[in-house]
Design a binder for this molecule. Sequence first.
Ligand SMILES: *Cc1c(COP(=O)(O)O)cnc(C)c1O
Length: 219
Amino acid sequence: MGLHEIETRIAEAEAKYGRAPGSVALIAVSKVQPAERVEAVLREGHRLFGENYVQEAQGKWPAWRAAFPDVAVHMIGPLQTNKAKIAVDLFEAIHTLDRPSLATKLANLAQARGASPDLFIQVNTGREPQKAGVLPEDLDAFVAEARAMDLPVQGLMCIPPEDEDPAPHFAALAGMAARNGLAGLSMGMSSDFEAAIAAGATHVRVGSAIFGARDYAAR
Ligand SMILES: *Cc1c(COP(=O)(O)O)cnc(C)c1O
């Protein structure tokens, strides 16, 4: 596949599902990918990337930012509270705000720095015990809590269970966002981003369909 095919498929899905042209941002998920693959996509002109691990991003992105100053990197993996300080300096957005202790930490950091990355609240729509995210019934209170801390909550994020049709999860997330007056919807990956666009995604997170399979053993 590759960058241009995914860009084309996103544009086609926008047209097919009545979404405005350019209303879906493509986050190229570069975690674990070899440097030459990421650099090829940077040279093709893409500027929005996603990473899952603070330490890995810290090692890779300073040099690429120096070469491509308009790059933006979004954190899409679970964030430990003790890495939050590094994360707010490293990322333009964090998609995985999922608990009050992290919200408090991010609010303190935002106050000290006078700025915060954009935030998405992760929702565990499939209620999977091993997965991060606020449970659906706790979401409205958590959104209110984060807003009371002046955190810039832009939207919601979900990762549907692997063995289920993702469409009902995307629809549920869209409903929760609308109910809370949130415009951003971070949903959809390589295998299901078109279904996510149909349901209203504003940010799709696509890794392997752009860069090829990840080789975790080679890290
Ligand atoms: C790795 C990852 C992706 C990208 O997955 P692909 O299937 O390679 O597109 C998207 N979102 C999150 C949260 C991820 O961890």
